[in-house]
Write a new protein. Structure first.
Length: 243
């Protein structure tokens, strides 16, 4: 099967500092893929390069069979790749409704009715947002802002949703609400690429996982297998499997 997303030898540099060092990664249509690793592993830099936020220093990114390495983020959204950024990045002084509609900005001229249908769909997924549509986004809790950021990404009607650090600053109770929503979206056919520092959550929901350290992929495999791998248990889950 041809990959929906293919990353080959991507490098990302900040001046003389190389944050991503020749990474290969792929996501198949309908696949739920995770990327785990410690702080500073290069995970977020890789996601920004994939999404067109950063320009790779080297390497190739392909989406749906076409090279997209040099495209900007808004062009990637139009291609069908949307990113939920680390830290949510909602427009704090705008209402929830306005934040959500901005997610469908590239579709409004040609598919306004579709945007409104998708707005209703995300409000069903996240009922809390419906109750707060006219509030300013900056007044929301961290969990509600993460719901908003995911919903905003979905309204762009992506084929691949890239989520950077879903759990950042959120309580386990909120994560127990969000991860089932992502699993449901994936079962409906949405491809998802998830960067997650809480490895136990990522390994429980994804099909495959890449493990990154120091800007490189150390190893990758089926998530169920990695959840039992001593290397992952020691470094990312904080325990060894009982003998």
């Amino acid at each position: 099967m041809t990959a929906l997303l293919s990353v080959e030898g991507v490098r990302v540099s900040y001046g003389r500092i190389e944050a991503v060092r020749g990474v290969d990664l792929a996501v198949a249509p309908g696949e739920f893929v995770g990327v785990i690793g410690s702080n500073g592993a290069g995970k977020s830099s890789l996601m920004r390069a994939i999404a067109g936020v950063l320009k790779p220093a080297a390497g190739r990114v392909s989406f749906d069979g076409a090279e997209v390495t040099r495209l900007k983020s808004h062009q990637m959204v139009a291609k069908g790749l949307a990113m939920v950024p680390e830290g949510r990045m909602v427009f704090a002084d705008q209402t929830l409704r306005d934040n959500l509609l901005l997610g469908g900005f590239s579709r409004m001229r040609t598919d306004r009715a579709g945007v409104m249908r998708d707005l209703e769909r995300v409000l069903v997924l996240f009922p809390r947002l419906r109750e707060r549509l006219d509030q300013e986004a900056g007044t929301l809790s961290g969990g509600e802002q993460q719901m908003l950021a995911i919903a905003r990404g979905l309204i762009s009607k992506p084929r691949l949703l890239v989520i950077d650090e879903l759990s950042l600053g959120l309580a386990p109770l909120i994560l127990d609400m969000l991860f089932p929503v992502l699993s449901s979206l994936n079962r409906e056919g949405l491809s998802i690429l998830l960067v997650e520092q809480m490895a136990s959550y990522a390994l429980a929901v994804t099909d495959r996982t890449y493990v990154m350290e120091n800007g490189r992929v150390l190893f990758e495999g089926r998530s169920a297998d990695l959840a039992r791998d001593p290397r992952v248990l020691d470094a990312y889950l904080g325990r060894r499997r009982a003998a």
